[in-house]
Design a protein around this ligand. Structure first.
Ligand SMILES: [Zn+2]
Ligand SMILES: [Zn+2]
Length: 349
């Protein structure tokens, strides 16, 4: 056995390559395997939208999707009462004017019709919110009804406005004395569990840290070096992606999915609302850069924040087969090559 135990992480290297690693938060073990010869035709079936040459979409179908979408401009009355909006006056450089001239708003916030946490547990106020990221439902020249607008197609500046809106909303949520924790969550694409095709985030206020955060806080207490060790290991294994100021990005070998990226501020332990403006910009920029490179592929991300916990976001690519067998995951051995390609793509913008 060639077991290498860090102070906080358990893993094994063979000939300098990772053989397995245990997630100190969940206990799940990722084994590195070569899956190149394996067929995923069954798992990944039914992806007609990936057909490079689909028949042109019916204009009627596109119109119908927009007319019935509760997140599209003109359908505001299909959603709950509006709480905030960002308008073109506040962001005149918005990139969508050619497709959609004079939109009534660029970003819009309202309550989720279906609160994630029942409102009688959050001081009688629904603390689940929808942040619609952009008024556009489809990309500029959709080739099918599945050619939806996605976050990576927004401009970098737009994403900064989006995070600023989250922050404003967070401050409002934190005014509720029943709320002690806030999570920002995004699902992109059907495979990620998104229930609405129109690009949106969810912001959820909770009376106590949500279980995923609570588990991280517990692991942090037991293994205070885990983040630093993980970052060092990623540097050593070729999984480190980039640094933006005090923010580091790496492909996580202990992610929830085979393609997971962490964006971490190892030295900043606290809430987004406490982050100095320069750091906030770097943090948002680091998230955006990964979303931009991943593009329209299905993904999810969560921003995790709690007192004492390094501020971080997890981005999970969801195009890949996921199969947790009795607490084990398989990590593709080509991951290091994929990360090199990702770094190359990032260097271009
Ligand atoms: Zn829509
Ligand atoms: Zn986390």
């Amino acid at each position: 056995m060639h077991k290498v135990f860090g102070m906080s992480l358990e893993y094994e290297l063979r000939d300098g390559a990772l053989a397995w690693i245990k997630n100190p938060v969940t206990g799940v073990i990722s084994y590195v395997v070569d899956v190149r010869g394996k067929s995923f035709a069954f798992t990944l079936g039914g992806r007609e939208e990936l057909n490079p040459d689909p028949p042109p979409p019916e204009p009627k179908a596109l119109h119908h999707a927009i007319a019935t979408c509760p997140f599209c401009p003109g359908n505001e009355n299909m959603a709950t009462a509006e709480l905030m909006r960002v308008t073109l006056d506040e962001f005149p450089e918005w990139s969508g004017a050619a497709t959609l001239p004079n939109p009534p708003w660029l970003i819009r916030v309202f309550n989720n019709l279906f609160p994630r946490i029942p409102e009688n547990l959050t001081g009688g106020r629904n603390e689940s919110y929808i942040v619609v990221e952009d008024p556009r439902h489809f990309v500029a020249h959709p080739r099918s009804v599945n050619d939806l607008m996605y976050t990576g197609a927004l401009s970098a500046e737009h994403f900064q406005h989006l995070i600023a809106t989250d922050l404003k909303l967070m401050r409002r949520v934190m005014e509720n004395p029943a709320i002690h924790s806030v999570i920002i969550r995004k699902n992109q694409g059907r495979e990620s569990g998104a229930s609405q095709p129109h690009p949106h985030q969810q912001v959820i206020g909770s009376p106590q840290p949500l279980p995923a955060i609570e588990a991280e806080m517990r692991a942090e207490r037991d293994h205070p070096d885990m983040w630093r060790e993980l970052i060092e290991l990623c540097e050593r294994l070729g999984l480190f992606i980039e640094r933006n100021g005090r923010v580091v990005t790496y492909a996580s070998p202990i992610g929830a999915f085979p393609r997971s990226y962490d964006i971490v501020m190892p030295e900043f332990r606290g809430m987004l609302t406490e982050l100095p403006p320069d750091d906030l910009r770097d943090f948002a920029r680091a998230i955006y850069r990964i979303l931009h490179v991943v593009g329209p592929l299905p993904l999810d991300y969560e921003i995790h924040q709690a007192p004492g916990l390094p501020l971080h976001a997890h981005i999970n690519g969801r195009l890949y087969p996921y199969s947790n067998v009795a607490g084990t995951l398989n990590l593709p051995s080509q991951l290091v090559h994929n990360v090199a390609a990702l770094r190359k793509a990032l260097a271009r913008f």
